[in-house]
Design a protein around this ligand. Structure first.
Ligand code: 4AD
Ligand code: MG
Length: 447
């Protein structure tokens, strides 16, 4: 390595020794007695002090700017009583080498980095996302995302749920034709996958319970806080279960993942930084049937209307605004269950107690709304054929999906969770756009 230690916490145990570190200038303060740099390297921050004198009067030192990258040499010391610095340490610099200069003045990116993510709607900020990401808050969200991602993998492993990797080029829709991206595929057409669910179902006989973390693609034609055209979809499929098992598993996974993130000191620190008011969800989650949700919406003063401005009636979709009104008022996670078959996808199993509705669930979180969609699956061949007909779908391309019902069917179910939405909830982000590296949505495919 060119450097002795990464910045931040990792450098704690070398206090009192001379080290070589590398980083970029995050903050710069030039004072009479010394130049203070807050250096960053992606691991953390370190305050560096260059005493006024020959080291600060060089041409390079005069051109120090935010994002200038440099190697610094010096002794790591605990800061004096009363002074503040990240991790209470500072580097007393005795030598440095500038590696990459950065422009100051008009081209300085101070505002971009400092603005972090205050305006993720502004196209200039989106064009400069690669620089915005260098900001403290923006990078904190990405670091938390990394810990969250790993926590899911660990939780699945602990539950003996195996990872699989289904294809992204597909020829069957899962969640409705209107959001399909069609792509030329050699001499035929294919779609970008909307969900790996159907493939996960085919793995049950060979692998047992399975999950995948893949990209899903939706040609969403609206610009909202929570819709992306490409998002990270965490999906699992569980064999030989009933609807109640599914709900319990989802609750258990969400709480398990939150506990795992908070058990990681870095995860805890990031949640505290980004979402100081965060409270761990309490189990069991509030459970509410679709019909009760409709009643609840109509009983508000004033009533919360459906998407046409009318009172909600059975069979209406619960639109984003109504959903959020509900969950923000209740202010706890909600398992919203038993949606009517007509507002949900073809594969959802009907509730034997009430054939108008399905064994389906959406998990709603305050501030975000739906973060999970799941259901029990129709597992009878004939019933599934009927469902295809009902939704006007040609069953032919689904021959492999139907074969699961033909060769030893099982009661099974699963769910999909949007990682960006989960992160928006955990990190208290206004929109999913700040929860992915380079958001993709209608009208944006750069940088
Ligand atoms: O509710 P959805 O459409 O359900 C499915 O795709 C099922 N086939 C999943 C399954 O059972 N295996 O999507 C699941 C979740 C949503 O709850 C939401 O969190 C996220 O995926 N999601 C999106 N996230 C960001 N942008 C979009 N356009 C999203 N569409 C869905
Ligand atoms: Mg859904």
């Amino acid at each position: 390595w060119q450097k002795d230690v990464p910045l931040g916490d990792a450098a704690k145990n070398v206090t009192g020794t001379r080290v070589k570190v590398f980083g970029r200038i995050h903050r710069l303060r030039v004072q009479k007695q010394a130049t203070f740099l807050t250096l960053k390297d992606g691991y953390g921050f370190l305050q560096c002090v260059i005493a006024a004198g020959p080291l600060t009067s060089t041409y390079e030192a005069l051109l120090f700017a935010q994002e200038t990258s440099l190697f610094l040499y010096g002794e790591l010391r605990t800061v004096p009583e009363g002074a503040t610095a990240p991790d209470a340490r500072e580097l007393h610099v005795d030598y440095y080498e500038v590696y990459g200069r950065a422009p100051g003045d008009a081209e300085a990116i101070t505002n971009i980095v400092a603005s972090g993510q205050q305006d993720p709607w502004e196209s200039d900020m989106l064009d400069k996302r690669h620089l915005v990401l260098r900001g403290e808050k923006a990078s904190a969200v990405m670091k938390l995302r990394s810990i969250l991602y790993e926590s899911f993998i660990i939780q699945y492993k602990e539950r003996r749920i195996a990872a699989v990797s289904p294809p992204a080029f597909v020829q069957t829709q899962v969640e409705g034709g209107s959001t399909l991206f069609k792509v030329p595929y050699y001499s035929e057409d294919a779609y970008l996958t909307q969900s790996s669910q159907l493939y996960l179902e085919t793995c049950l006989p060979s692998m047992g319970d399975v999950y995948c973390i893949e990209k899903s693609f939706r040609a969403e034609k609206s610009l909202t806080r929570r819709h992306l055209s490409e998002y990270t979809h965490i999906e699992a499929e569980l064999d030989a279960i009933d609807f109640d098992d599914l709900l319990t598993h989802i609750e258990d996974m969400i709480c398990g993942v939150v506990d795992a993130v908070l058990a990681d000191p870095a995860g805890k620190e990031l949640v505290e930084l980004l979402n100081p008011g965060f409270v761990k969800p309490q189990r069991p989650f509030k459970r509410m049937k679709y019909t009760d949700a409709i009643d609840w919406l109509n009983a508000q003063d004033p009533p919360v209307p459906n998407e046409f401005g009318e009172p909600h009636v059975f069979g209406d979709d619960i639109a984003e605004a109504a959903e959020r009104k509900m969950v923000d008022t209740l202010n706890v996670p909600v398992l919203l269950t038993h949606f009517p078959a007509e507002v949900k996808a073809f594969y959802m199993k009907k509730d034997p107690q009430d054939l108008r509705v399905t064994e389906s669930v959406d998990v709603l979180m305050p501030n975000v709304g739906e973060i999970v969609g799941g259901s029990m699956r129709m597992d009878k061949y004939e019933e599934l054929m009927e469902a295809f007909k009902g939704k006007g779908l040609n069953p032919e391309p689904y021959y492999w999906y139907l074969d699961q019902r033909k060769y030893g069917s099982s009661p099974h179910g699963g769910y999909g969770l949007g990682l960006e939405r989960f992160l928006a909830w955990l990190a208290h982000q206004h929109t999913v756009r700040t929860c992915c590296l380079y958001p993709r949505f209608m009208g944006r495919a750069k940088p």
